[in-house]
Design a protein around this ligand. Structure first.
Ligand SMILES: [Fe+2]
Ligand SMILES: [Fe+2]
Length: 185
């Protein structure tokens, strides 16, 4: 698998979490007494797998090179598009985390903020992933010189190997399976 194929495969896993977040939100909408103790696991997946593991590779191995080597259109696309969306996603997750705490402390109205931020995050990420799969990644692979593609592939393999030693991929795929069993009917 080259770096792009790997990142497209990671998008499939991230989208599985988006479906879990939507189902969790729907169940919370219908049940004001719902146990929300799994929410921190969902937030952990988003922060550690989607953001650190996946966006980490995009930002440090791919997008930085696009900005540097592929001209002003690529620079704008990355800086004002993809990176802004990564940051907006982080904001929704931070607000989601705060609203979970408020709900646990007895504020029923915080359910609005939980659902609002969870759904906003899923819609943002879904569109973001489509843009990357269909346009950003293709643009990069078409315009990079072959030595650059080789460097990105090598560094991606190294990054994956290090994460594998820590058991990152396995841990978060297991977490996905566990949460799907509970929330996907
Ligand atoms: Fe991204
Ligand atoms: Fe991505």
């Amino acid at each position: 698998m080259n770096a792009i194929e790997l990142m497209v495969a990671e998008h499939v896993n991230i989208r599985r979490m988006l479906i879990i977040l939507r189902q969790f939100s729907y169940q919370l909408m219908n049940n004001p007494e719902m146990d929300v103790s799994d929410a921190p696991k969902m937030i952990e997946f988003v922060r550690q797998y989607a953001d650190k593991h996946h966006h980490g590779k995009e930002e440090d191995l791919l997008f930085n090179r696009m900005e540097e080597h592929l001209g002003s259109a690529a620079q704008k696309l990355v800086r004002h598009g993809m990176l802004v969306e990564h940051d907006l996603g982080r904001l929704h997750i931070k607000l989601l985390e705060e609203s979970i705490e408020n709900f646990k402390n007895g504020q029923d109205e915080a359910r609005l903020d939980i659902i609002g931020n969870a759904i906003a995050y899923t819609q943002l990420l879904d569109r973001h992933i489509t843009k990357e799969d269909d346009m950003v990644y293709q643009f990069a692979w078409k315009h990079f010189e072959s030595h650059m593609i080789q460097t990105i592939n090598e560094e991606t393999n190294q990054f994956e190997g290090n994460a594998e030693k820590e058991g990152i991929q396995k841990y978060y795929l297991n977490l996905l399976n566990e949460l799907e069993k509970k929330y996907i009917k």
